[in-house]
Design a protein around this ligand. Structure first.
Ligand code: AMP
Ligand code: ZN
Length: 136
């Protein structure tokens, strides 16, 4: 599966050059061109899936194993203090490139990377509604 209008399909296939950190039959891992921090990388499947809603089950499992391998290697190379794994699905969630990708964002003590949210409170109504609807 491939989308001829998709830039990440072209990068994953090696048709557009990228700073490739790792490649296998299923994935290419590249440095993000607009990094949140030094070493910000993206895992791209070679096949086109719009996002997690569509991703093949086997690839979904493989991508987390690869993320683990990459962050373990990169934390030593970069000397970072932690990692955020971020994965955006649909525009409302911040997705701008509609080919599934996983962000590997190194974190450094004192960095200004702005990830996070204002904590709310789980209400009884929300909890009951969600649990009830999910059981149907
Ligand atoms: P998202 O907002 O989750 O869809 O993330 C898209 C990411 O792709 C952003 O972090 C961009 O900086 C990055 N990006 C866009 N085009 C390229 C490119 N040609 N090469 C590398 N990274 C890119
Ligand atoms: Zn694509």
């Amino acid at each position: 599966m491939r989308d001829d209008n998709c830039i990440f399909c072209k990068i994953a296939a090696g048709e557009i050059p990228s700073a490739t950190l790792y490649e296998d039959d299923d994935f290419r891992v590249i440095l993000d061109l607009g990094p949140a921090s030094k070493g910000h990388a993206l895992i791209l499947p070679k096949e086109h899936y719009r996002n997690l809603f569509d991703l093949d089950d086997e690839l979904a499992a493989k991508v987390m194993v690869l993320a683990k391998k990459m962050v373990n290697q990169l934390k030593d190379v970069l000397g970072c203090d932690g990692y955020n794994i971020v994965q955006n699905n649909e525009e409302v969630a911040g997705q701008t490139v509609f080919h599934f990708h996983m962000h590997l964002i190194p974190r450094y003590e004192g960095d200004q990377v702005g990830l996070g949210w204002k904590m709310g409170e789980l209400t009884e109504t929300d909890k009951e509604e969600i649990l009830m609807k999910l059981k149907k």
